[in-house]
Design a protein. Structure first.
Length: 320
């Protein structure tokens, strides 16, 4: 089996599902410490403001950074367009300093078909139909404030008048930006060009190995045409798993957890696999063969520690 980078998503949303009235952040910190102790590549947090209640992503990473030393720390993925890019850039740079250069900024445009995924944009002061434009402008602005001083620029949404933001990130020129796209294997030219132009990595989910291989190839070809180094675009898969000797039990628990997580079902058979570890090892290897270098694993279960134990014992050794 190939050596790949495997990270784990800590349950900043799952803890509120488990105990909505009395969520305990210490459970998340203990899990993050365990992930690092077991030699995983990275610890990840998800994001939403109102759509899927959870502990706030960047605040959570700050606490995790203080309790860990080596693991990379990432967002999978942050809806960066919901935030003012100057403020967000300041937060991310500060996190990179606190963590001594361990931040990976996974970002996505966001949105969807359900009301809760749409309404958090106007609730955050963002016009829904302009979210992609604001997303791209935000990334461009953050790159400027991370690498330049005395910046002046006018946009339809904000104005910078000779401003500088400190501290600068530890990572140079800035923390890697991994952009989400091609979910369900579907991606238009603008979406892929955005990743090729602005991204240091490509993150996808709900995608087959064949779709992933094809999409990554398209992104890297676009990057080459833009004068960028294709191999500079990292590759990542976000996956939801549930490990159990019984496939039926695993699927039942996973689908119940995911329905609580999102408030509705939409994934069909695109997540998983749910069941024995042997099937998951084969599944991961199929994506390694398709070009994936980093995996972010979310456990679709209220028993996060139990799932982590099983994955660490039965799956992780195959990829070290």
């Amino acid at each position: 089996m190939a050596h790949v980078k495997i990270g784990v998503l800590v349950p900043t949303r799952g803890e509120l599902i488990r105990s909505p009235a009395h969520p305990d952040f210490e459970n998340i910190l203990r899990m993050a410490e365990r992930i690092e102790e077991e030699g995983y590549h990275s610890v990840w947090v998800g994001d939403s403001v109102t759509a899927k209640p959870r502990f706030e992503a960047l605040t959570s990473l700050g606490a995790i950074a203080a309790r860990t030393k080596k693991a990379r720390l990432g967002t999978a993925v942050l809806l960066s367009g919901l935030r003012n890019p100057v403020v967000l850039g300041h937060q991310v740079a500060t996190l990179d300093v606190i963590s001594k250069g361990r931040i990976i900024l996974g970002v996505g445009v966001g949105g969807g078909e359900s009301k809760n995924l749409i309404s958090e944009f106007p609730a955050s002061g963002v016009e829904y139909r302009k979210r992609a434009e604001l997303f791209e402008l935000g990334l461009e602005t953050m790159k400027k404030i991370w690498t330049e001083n005395n910046i002046s620029m006018k946009t339809p949404y904000f104005e910078l008048d000779d401003i500088s933001v400190e501290p600068k990130p530890v990572q140079k020129p800035h923390p890697p930006i991994w952009i989400a796209g091609a979910h369900f294997g579907q991606a238009g030219e603008r979406q892929l060009a955005r990743i090729a132009r602005l991204g240091d990595g490509f993150v996808s989910t709900l995608i087959t190995p064949e779709e992933y291989r094809s999409t990554l190839g398209r992104i890297r070809r676009m990057a080459r045409e833009m004068g960028r180094k294709p191999s500079g675009i990292d590759s990542c898969l976000y996956m939801s798993v549930n490990l159990n000797r019984s496939g039926a039990v695993a699927a039942r628990e996973a689908n119940r957890f995911l329905a609580d997580y999102y408030g509705y079902t939409f994934w069909g058979d695109r997540w998983g696999p749910f069941g024995p570890s042997a099937g998951l090892i084969q599944y991961i290897q199929s994506f390694v063969d398709a070009g994936v270098g980093t995996f972010v694993v979310r456990f679709a279960s209220n028993d996060q520690e139990g799932q982590l134990d099983t994955f660490t014992r039965e799956v992780l050794p195959s990829f070290r």
